[in-house]
Design a protein around this ligand. Structure first.
Ligand SMILES: Nc1nc2c(ncn2[C@@H]2O[C@H](COP(=O)(O)OP(=O)(O)OP(=O)(O)O)[C@@H](O)[C@H]2O)c(=O)[nH]1
Ligand SMILES: [Mg+2]
Length: 533
């Protein structure tokens, strides 16, 4: 995995702190690789001569405030006192920085590493980066270059500092927008997800090792189907090696199936809960998304059919990332000749289908038309727990003489709605309590133990699937175990095929964590079995 050249791995460097073009108070430049300490020594040297001499570097893992010097100085800085114009020439200072030295393998990448915490102006950062670039040229000729994207983490992975799942968690942590995204990434980074998969994989390998022993030695030891446990008869005391593997593998299969039946909470929490607002034209959908976003994200007008396309805003609701979509109004009769509107309605239906939480809005002064249009959308939608995740909103209550209680909660016929909200986007009446309730629905969608009353708790322990990649592999592993269950009951002739399923399941899990499996099978086979027996 490490980028090795003939001379060993290259030393790489990069600006590791954010900020982009904007100046920040402090910027962090990281250097990793075999010549990273030498690179720092060169930058700390006042003259070129000094950089060839053995000089004292800061103690590992202790911050030190040091002056950095530009390795190539302009000739005007030289003085007549310089012994050698080339090597004794004084250098220009670059910055007074905090420097940190790490000795491999006790570093993020597992290699020798340097962190330079410099002042954050573009001039300083550029100065430090150009200085490092020059170290690749004569007279220094270091094997050093700018890092590629993710290369520090790639080296950490290559030197076994981080597993694949942890690398993914780190990537999630770096882009986390909300508190729960951060918490989930941190939980995954602490290794509990890879521990779970590794634990399962070890059990599979153990099962496989036992199965292979039965295949290899079963005949020699004169075992018949009965001894091997195909009868599966505990009481008769005939539970053979094979018979012991089967319930264990079945147990593992059930664990995986349980792990998979999580309504994709982790993935949704990572990617964002999708909330769509649908309803007839002019109901006030765009007015509501503007209130949620606290800005004019969508155009609001009294003309029916203002919103044509789906307008998305990303919000933080209660610490959960949400992608809220405002959609084109859907007409009750569903007919329109306007091709743009037809396309808009198609997209509105798609947004409603994709939503995890659906906000159905009507104009309370014309509720019947609104309900008919919403019914038309809902009847085609196959969403998780419809009753819980559909919210009914009656807007424009400021226009009603008084709240018609007979009308309230009459709901939508195709799905019994648990909650109805009376709001006015014009006066903001009821909007706060609607947002609070929407927030609870969103939290509920990503929590394991939550109740509709609003006491949702996003699961704070346990390993949760956070990526489709993991889900695919766990699904394939569980499928393989299901096939193992069938094959293993077929008798001695199917042993090979059954064992193959275990191998497949193990390698699927191994692909999640980035582990290699063949060696492991051999290791377990030798350590777990006494061949001399
Ligand atoms: N009186 C009153 N007017 C409202 C309320 N909410 C929205 N409106 C008005 O109703 C009109 C339509 O609002 P929009 O938010 O554009 O409605 P929409 O559902 O997005 O409409 P389309 O994009 O055409 O589907 C605008 O003139 C709003 O100012 C409300 O609560 N009370
Ligand atoms: Mg609109």
């Amino acid at each position: 995995m490490l980028n090795s050249s003939i001379n060993g791995p290259e030393t790489i460097y990069a600006l590791s702190s954010g900020g982009g073009a904007a100046a920040t108070a402090v910027a962090v430049v990281r250097i990793t690789g075999p010549e990273s300490h030498l690179a720092l020594q060169t930058l700390l040297s006042k003259t070129q001569k000094e950089s060839y001499e053995k000089m004292k570097l800061p103690e590992a893992r202790y911050a030190a405030l040091r002056m950095l010097y530009d390795p190539i100085s302009s000739p005007k800085d030289s003085t007549e006192n310089d012994v050698d114009i080339n090597v004794g020439m004084k250098r220009n200072p670059l910055d007074s920085s905090l420097v940190l030295l790490f000795d491999g393998p006790k570093s993020f990448t597992g290699e020798d590493m340097i962190e330079i915490h410099s002042h954050g102006s573009r001039a300083v950062v550029q100065g430090v980066l150009s200085a490092l670039e020059r170290l690749a040229s004569p007279p220094y000729n270091m094997n050093i270059r700018p890092a590629e994207r993710g290369e520090f983490t790639q080296r950490a992975y290559g030197s076994g500092k981080l597993g694949l799942v942890e690398v993914e968690a780190l990537a999630d942590l770096i882009v986390a927008d909300t508190s729960y995204q951060r918490l989930q990434a941190l939980r995954q980074m602490d290794g509990r997800l890879s521990d779970l998969y590794e634990g399962w994989r070890k059990e599979l390998i153990k099962g496989l090792a036992h199965a292979e022993a039965v295949i290899d030695f079963g005949d020699d030891e004169d075992l018949d189907d009965d001894d091997l446990g195909f009868e599966d008869d505990m009481e008769s005391g005939q539970m053979g090696v094979w018979g012991q593997i089967r319930p264990k593998m079945k147990d593992l299969q059930l664990k995986m199936e349980k792990h998979l039946s999580d309504a994709q909470r982790g993935e949704i929490l990572r990617d964002g809960v999708k909330v769509a607002i649908v309803g007839v034209p002019n109901a006030g959908k765009s007015s509501l998304i503007n209130l949620l976003a606290a800005r004019d994200a969508a155009i609001v007008s009294p003309i029916a059919g203002t919103t044509r396309d789906v307008v998305e805003v990303t919000l933080d609701l209660g610490g959960v990332r949400c992608i809220v979509s405002d959609t084109a109004g859907v007409r009750e009769d569903g007919t329109t000749d306007d091709i743009i509107e037809i396309e808009g309605i198609k997209r509105a239906r798609k947004a409603a289908e994709d939503a995890h939480v659906l906000v159905c809005m009507v104009d309370s002064t014309d509720e019947d038309a609104g309900i008919a249009a919403i019914d038309d959308i809902l009847k085609d939608i196959n969403m998780d727990d419809k009753k819980k995740n559909v919210v009914y909103v009656r807007n424009k209550i400021d226009l009603l003489e008084e709240l018609d209680s007979a009308n309230t909660n009459r709901g939508i016929s195709s799905v019994s709605i648990s909650e109805t909200f009376e709001i006015s986007c014009e006066t903001s009446k009821g909007v706060d309590s609607f947002i609070k309730s929407l927030t609870n629905k969103v939290l509920d969608r990503v929590s394991v133990s939550g109740d509709i009353a609003g006491n949702s708790v996003v699961e704070d322990e346990g390993a949760v699937i956070t990526r489709a990649r993991h889900r695919r592999h766990v699904e394939s592993a569980a499928d393989a175990l299901r096939r193992f269950g069938m094959r293993s009951a077929e008798g001695y002739m199917a042993l090979d095929l059954a064992a193959e399923e275990l191998r497949l399941a193990a390698s699927e899990l191994g692909r999640i964590t980035g582990a290699v499996d063949v060696e492991d099978v051999l290791d377990v086979l030798f350590s777990d079995f006494c061949i001399g027996k």
